[in-house]
Ligand binder design. Sequence first.
Ligand code: SAH
Length: 345
Amino acid sequence: MSFVERLRAERDLPDEELKTLLETDRFDEELHKTADEVRQSVYGKAVYLRGLIEFTNYCKNDCYYCGIRKSNKAERYRLTKRQILDCCAQGYALGYKTFVLQGGEDPFFTDDVLCDIIAAIRSLYSDCAITLSIGERSEESYRLFFESGANRFLLRHETADENHYSVLHPAVMSLSNRKQCLFNLKEIGYQVGTGFMVGSPYQTTRNIISDLRFMQSLSPDMIGIGPFIPAKGTPFEHFPNGSVELTLRLISVLRLMFPHALIPATTALGTLHPQGRELGLKAGANVVMPNLSPVEYRGKYTIYNNKICTGEESAQCKDCLKRRIESAGYEISDSVGNVKRETVK
Ligand code: SAH
């Protein structure tokens, strides 16, 4: 059996074999084809859309890679509750069944403020999922958000290697806390997503293997990976982009290791390659996250340079994505798109 066939059959490979798989393009064709078969066996041709609402670019953290880190010069904004609800209304009219509230770690949004917004969305859209992507908070806060109606949470671990983590983040941030947050979220009952950047500064293949091993210990419902893209004004502004090819290879590896995961073809992938998201879907991804933020703020949520889809109205975004998804041979699903968990035998 080939490496790829064994990865499909066992959902795992020893480190050395994973290393070989990741470091050459020799297996790519077989990898992508096999990953697409597995994706279709679980999710068919369905692609789930998640409406992304970037509701604040204030952040108290100082992650070295991120364009909205505290120390970076950026024009800051936060959306009001009214504006957020307007985004949801527009999204719902376009058929979106998931709203993703993403932002920097902004202390303005206290538990009370956020719970009020979440509860308002929940009461208006009982048939939709509410996903949070707001970084690290206490277990108690996560519980309050869940009780207010949020039901999914995205928190990329960024890198599962302690040393690498400390190269990407200031000393006040810790990998162990981030991992603990993920286990807390799971325990509370959220569908949980994690992930990492491909080609972040100083990343090695060994680091990536640690990421895969960490994800095996977490069993995430969602896995988001995208290439690192330098952000102007950050300590890493002169580092090169992550590789599109390696990102696609990893999407396929992840699909084979986690057949049931919801895996987005990310905006970062679309930023580095004109057909990046289509290629992501063909490599095993099954989610796309179009932007629902008001157009006048989109250009300000600059986590990296040259981010795409900052000029279009939400409706244009949807039309463009529909064309792209169909051209890749898939179809937009109108279901809420919960994770399909494996039934335990
Ligand atoms: N504050 C939230 C949301 C962060 S933005 C949180 O901490 O979870 C979402 C993701 O964008 C991050 O998790 C990170 O993996 C990614 N990101 C940040 N800067 C990036 C860059 N320069 N290139 C590519 N991806 C980046």
